[in-house]
Design a protein around this ligand. Structure first.
Ligand code: HEC
Ligand code: HEC
Length: 620
């Protein structure tokens, strides 16, 4: 299947630009679509955690299957078929499908992506040759990561991202036609004497740590803001690009071990620093560097570094074991944690360093330095453990709640069978409430009940609301608690309010999904009322003209939607439902899991009027 190249690559640029474009397209697709947009799409269509896991498991199974099946073919055509499959999967995900449909697409995407990645890594030694080969792999990897961090791409809606990543695959596919596929001449460029499975183990630990860290960051809005907030995206893009490039340069100089060990140490530091408010900004610098370093090694190792002989097999194993299983493990483990436990970071670090420093006879300064750093890191971890755990924060937050007298205005008790349940969700068992220490039923209800608050208000919203309640509600009688954020009390209070986030989020999602609209009554909608409420309650985020540019818009991870022109992720017109009901549902319940708050206690007239006002904005 390989054909000989017509002429040897002449210039630096022509020697690697097309392979680099292929790598960039495939990485970009993987990061922005498979790992990001697709997950968001799944979350908007299936609310249940177990079902989401099923969909994701289908992708991993598909990935393994595709990656190992393609070993039978081993030619550029398998790469192109895989790429077409990926592009198609992105478009299919736009269809309004339910659980089965999504699971099928997820599986199909997994198979295509498995095929594509293994083929790409297996074919690279045939099309990237010479002393700059890893550098080009680095440029491709860096470009892929950098693209995903470009703010307009990162912040566009999942469906737009699906289309964009389909385009990225298209570019990669196109590039594959300009590449001179050669039967790789070099037998083996093996420069490191490790057994291949040791490297697979090292990558496994790296991917595990990376996925766990990424998951924790992305699911804790305050962490996410400190590391991926709007302005930081450009910086991240630059860091990704240059560190991947540098990784490539080092790999060309046979510094694989150094690259991987630096990557794991930098990622370990990033994981530690993210747990502490005062050091969190450092994570934003480290994480992109660590990830780019190892990602370049990951794509270059099977063929470019370890040698073309057996490159396909190595690719299948390393992407299968490290990529699919490692990331699944990392996400699974991180799911219920607010932070990365230090024992875990140490284990991952130790595994990577042990695998890479074993089996090589001579002693080096490098290894001795490493052992010392490991010792230091271990010591640090002990210190951190004594100082902080998320349970402590919750406990401290409860004390803040009591000390600040929140109970004078807020209850934490929903009366069963009363209107409370239609506002805030199911009441909880009485025994559980009165066995709490101290009992926090509350003695007056000036503001809303706070039982399920974590399901309907994001951490960012809570913080901003504490600082200035009247930004969101001009008539609020809640005092400002901005002073709590001068030290850690504010964050502790939020940790306390969010302690129950898993259960209350499920409750909110289920109630919102089950709601079918207000019972018909003849009350008129009042567009003037709708506009007034919008100006008072929505404009801080969505802007007075509803273009998504309110004064607070920059504070959120995902900017508030432009409610005139879209793009609409959550309120796109659905064929199976009255569009007004969709809008009413969003106004009433918000969008659980995002920064968009609900307005649970509004009357039917208020909700309907705002929804009607939104519809009118869209039509103009
Ligand atoms: C003087 C009475 C008062 C005090 C004291 C008070 N709040 Fe409030 N709170 C309100 C009112 C009224 C609202 C509804 C209006 C608004 O959203 O600002 C509210 C809203 C809230 C909300 C949003 C709830 C929702 O469903 O929208 C949260 C969360 C909250 N308060 C938490 C607290 C906490 C925690 C404290 C103690 C630090 C506290 N409040 C102290 C009166 C109070
Ligand atoms: C605290 C800021 C904030 C406030 C206040 C707020 N929103 Fe939002 N809203 C958001 C954010 C952020 C999103 C995007 C959520 C996402 O996609 O992650 C959003 C999304 C939406 C959407 C879905 C658009 C789509 O993508 O289909 C609608 C509709 C909406 N808001 C209407 C309103 C209305 C009406 C109000 C007032 C009653 C309001 N919002 C108040 C932040 C806010």
């Amino acid at each position: 299947m390989h054909r000989n190249s017509k002429s040897p690559p002449s210039t630096f640029l022509s020697s690697g630009i097309f392979p680099a474009l292929m790598i960039a397209g495939v990485y970009g697709y993987f990061l922005l679509f498979s790992q990001f947009a697709f997950l968001e799409i799944v979350h908007t269509r299936v609310a249940d955690d177990v079902k989401i896991k099923i969909v994701l498991a289908c992708m991993a199974i598909g990935g393994l299957l595709g990656g190992f099946t393609v070993l039978k073919w081993q030619n550029p055509r398998s790469l192109r078929i895989g790429m077409c499959g990926c592009a198609l999967a992105a478009l299919l995900a736009l269809l309004p499908l339910g659980l089965i449909g999504l699971a099928a697409i997820s599986f199909f995407m997994g198979v295509s992506l498995g095929t594509t990645t293994v083929s790409l890594a297996g074919l690279l030694p045939g099309c990237l040759r010479g002393a700059n080969r890893c550098q080009w792999a680095g440029i491709g990897t860096g470009l892929g990561y950098a693209l995903c961090n470009v703010p307009t791409l990162f912040q566009s809606s999942p469906s737009q991202q699906a289309v964009i990543t389909c385009g990225m695959m298209g570019v990669a596919l196109l590039a594959s036609f300009f590449v001179a596929w050669d039967a790789p001449a070099q037998k083996s460029m093996q420069e490191i004497s490790y057994r291949w499975w040791l490297i697979v183990v090292a990558f496994f630990a790296l991917v595990w740590m990376d996925s766990a860290a990424f998951y924790v960051i992305q699911h804790a809005p305050d962490l996410k803001k400190a590391t991926w907030g709007g302005e930081m995206l450009w910086r991240n893009a630059g860091l990704h690009f240059f560190s991947a490039w540098i990784a490539g340069l080092l790999l060309d100089r046979k510094k694989m071990r150094q690259v991987i060990i630096s990557a794991v140490m930098i990622l370990a530091l990033a994981s530690w620093w993210v747990n502490e408010e005062s050091t969190r900004y450092l994570t934003g610098w480290c994480y992109p560097i660590g990830v780019s370093l190892y990602s370049t090694a990951l794509i270059a190792w099977p063929g470019l570094i370890a040698g073309s002989l057996g490159s396909w097999q190595r690719a299948a194993w390393v992407f299968g074991i490290a990529g699919w299983i490692g990331s699944g493990q990392g996400i699974g483990m991180a799911e219920n944690l607010q932070r990365l436990p230090s024992w875990f970071i140490i284990v991952a670090l130790a595994v990577v360093i042990a695998t890479l420093t074993s089996g090589n006879g001579k002693k080096s300064w490098w290894r001795r330095a490493l052992l010392m750093v490991m010792g230091g890191v271990f010591f640090l971890s002990q210190k951190y453990d004594l100082r902080e755990s998320s349970n402590d924060a919750i406990e401290r937050g409860k004390n803040v709640y009591v000390a600040e007298g929140c109970i004078h205005c807020h209850s934490q008790y929903l009366r069963p069978g009363s209107i409370d349940e239609s506002y805030w969700g199911e009441s909880q068992q009485w025994e559980k409430i009165i066995s709490a220490q101290p009992v926090l039923i509350g003695n007056r209800r000036q503001g809303p009940d706070l039982t399920n608050i974590a399901g309907r208000r994001s951490a960012v919203w809570l913080r901003e609301h504490f600082i200035e309640p009247r930004q969101f509600n001009p008539n609020s009688s809640m005092p400002s608690y901005g002073y709590l954020f001068e030290d850690n009390r504010g964050n502790d209070l939020i940790a306390y309010l969010q302690a129950d986030v898993g259960r209350s989020m499920n409750d909110s999602l289920a109630r919102s999904a089950a709601w079918t609209g207000f019972p018909d009554d003849d009350r008129n909608v009042d567009l003037a009322l709708g506009k007034k409420l919008f100006d008072e309650h929505c404009s801080v985020c969505h802007g007075l003209t509803a273009m998504g540019d309110g004064v607070m818009a920059q504070k959120f991870m995902k900017p508030p939607a432009n409610l005139r022109a879209g793009p609409f992720s959550w309120s796109a017109i659905r064929p199976d439902e009255n569009h007004e009901v969709t809008l009413q549902r969003i106004v009433r319940f918000g969008i659980p899991g995002t920064d968009m708050p609900g307005h649970e206690t509004w009357t039917a007239e208020q909700v309907k009027s705002v929804a009607a006002y939104l519809l009118q904005l869209r039509e103009n």
